[in-house]
Every structure is written in C-alpha cells, then in structure tokens.
Design a protein around this ligand. Structure first.
Ligand code: HSE
Length: 315
C-alpha cells in the first residue's frame, strides 16, 4: 500500500499570537509512505526538492535517520496502537522553504502522521493526530492549520489535547510573504527568548490578540494596524533578522500597510496590507534587504482554507 498526503505551508504568531495563531498558505509538501516488501530494510526516508536556490537549503538539512521528526511521528502513531513501524519507504517532496518560518517541519510531521494513519486503517482521529503532532513540534500554532487549514487560534492543553477555533481571514487583506536567503532554525530563535516576561508586556500582547480577533471578525483595518504588534518574541528576535527593524520602519509610512511581522520564528517576514500598491511594498522589502546584502523571494499569497489532504491511496 502507498499513500500520498499534500500538506500546506503555515505561518505562525502573526504579530500578537505567539505560539497560538497560525494560518495555512498555498505552498505544499507532499509526503508519500509506501509499505515495502523486503524484510529488514527498515525505514528509508528520501527528500526531494523543486524549490529555487533562495528558498531552499541543501536537502541534507532534513535528517533522514531515527532522529528525524518524520520517523518520530510515524513511530509515535504506531506505538499509540501497540505496534512498531517496520519496513516503510517515506518520500518527502519538498516545496516549502526550510528553516524560514513557514512550517516545513510541521508539514512533514503532519504528512507522515496522516499517511501512516491511512496505512494503519485510520486508528487515530483528528483529536489524536493533533495531539501527537503537537507533542513532536512542541506548540500547536503551525501544526493546527497544517491539519485543518485556514486561520486558526489554537492551544495545547495540559493533558496534551488541542483546542482550536477557525477565524475567517478578510478577502480584502493581502498577505505578502518575504523569504530571505538565510536560514534560521526554530531552536536558535527560541533560545534568545527570556523564560519570563514583564507583566506589562504580557498585558500588551493580551490586548493586541483580543484586538486581532475583533479586527479579523469585523474586517476593521484600522484596528488591525494596532493589533499587529508584539512584545513577547519579536523584540528579542530582531537581532537575528538583519534589516527587519528598517523594513518595519520603511513600511510604517504606507497607509495601505496594516502591519509587518515575523513569520513564525523567522527568518521570513509577512506584510499584511490592503490589496493596492503591492509592488511598492515588495520594492521596499527587496531594497531594504538588498542594502544588507540579503536576497529574497517575495510573493503575495491567499489563505489556504484546506488542511492536509490525502491525494492518492494505492493498494
Ligand atoms: N510559535 C513558534 C515560535 C513558531 O515562534 O517559536 C515556530 O515554530
């Protein structure tokens, strides 16, 4: 049996929603798992890429041994039903830029879990898949939209379960994804965060997140301009993204720009705007990064409302 699953890229945090807001985007990885007949071959993981040189890292960045998150995802699912994975061939067709804050690790975890679940006759439901995937990833903000699609606010509870609610992204707002030519691992980007934050910063983010939800629900662009701010992670990560402060400053003068935020843990950034003057926004980002000798790839994307999909299932 051979199962292929297509999983969208995701952006997370989106300003005030550190570790809880995420959105699926129309860039995809495809994960195929095939049961192999030769005993003793173990689990083989191969990674292939269609990406260009700016978006992609050398594929040896994706571990393919037992330490791989893909291996862990498959193993946890098999273990949850008292089994151990044996002979499997896993192919990852990668289009999502790696180590750029666009959910490439979540996509392979989710794709491997859903494909393995299909091979096993679907023992895990959505609740179980969310819980296993978040256990591996450590937070639900990329995993949840990768599974369910759309713009999602989610929380992994103390018992491991994940609760989520979808919000409708206003069609009037554009999402411009700016991917620089340098990688930033989530581990490094999390290592610069403090263990505790000042109460006033926690209150600032709580207010901004409430504004975010209301702004999205009421399509209120002026409120969204206030909402797209953060004091929990971006100030600490600013030093890891050369030029981000200048890009934010340069875009502040644009009336149609609602905000500029880090995508997940970086290194990509998102510009949220109305749908006019997109070329000018792109020029500002490209030129500001060029001043720092950073090349980038920039595209305006819509929200992907579908989560991971099984695209083929052959006996
Ligand atoms: N919320 C996570 C972070 C997303 O900012 O570290 C990256 O995995």
């Amino acid at each position: 049996m051979k199962v292929s699953v297509k999983v969208p890229a995701t952006t997370a945090n989106i300003g005030p929603g550190f570790d809880c807001l995420g959105m699926a985007l129309p860039i995809y990885n495809t994960i195929t798992i095939e049961e192999t007949v030769l005993p003793g071959t173990g689990i083989e993981i191969n990674v292939m890429s269609d990406g260009d040189t700016i978006d992609q890292l050398p594929l040896d960045h994706v571990p393919t041994d037992e330490n791989s998150i893909v291996y862990k995802a498959v193993e946890l699912l098999y273990n949850s039903i008292g089994q151990t994975p044996s002979e499997l061939k896993i192919n990852i067709h990668s289009n999502i830029p790696v180590a750029r804050g666009l959910g490439s690790s979540s996509s392979v975890i989710v794709g491997a879990l859903i494909a393995a679940n299909e091979l096993l006759g679907r023992p895990a439901d959505e609740v179980a898949l969310l819980s296993i995937a978040c256990e591996i990833e450590g937070h639900p903000d990329n995993i949840t939209p990768a599974i369910v699609g759309g713009l999602v606010i989610s929380s992994q509870e103390d018992d491991g379960s994940v609760i989520y609610k979808k919000l409708d992204w206003p069609q009037e707002w554009a999402i411009t994804v700016c991917v620089p030519d340098f990688e930033l691992s989530t581990d490094i980007a999390r290592s610069v965060l403090p263990k505790d934050v000042p109460m006033k910063d926690a209150i600032f983010n709580a207010k901004r997140l409430a504004m975010f939800v209301q702004a999205v629900n009421s399509k209120d662009s002026e409120l969204m301009k206030l909402a797209l701010q953060d004091r929990l992670h971006q100030p600490y990560r600013m030093k890891l993204i050369p030029g981000l402060d200048k890009i934010m400053d340069n875009l502040r003068h644009f009336d149609n720009v609602l905000g500029c935020v880090l995508s997940g843990a970086g290194s990509s950034i998102l510009v949220i705007s109305k749908k006019n003057n997109l070329d000018k926004i792109k020029d500002v980002v490209r030129e500001t990064w060029a001043d720092q000798n950073i090349k980038c790839s920039i595209r305006t994307l819509s929200v992907e409302n579908e989560g991971a999909q099984i695209i083929s299932n052959e006996d």
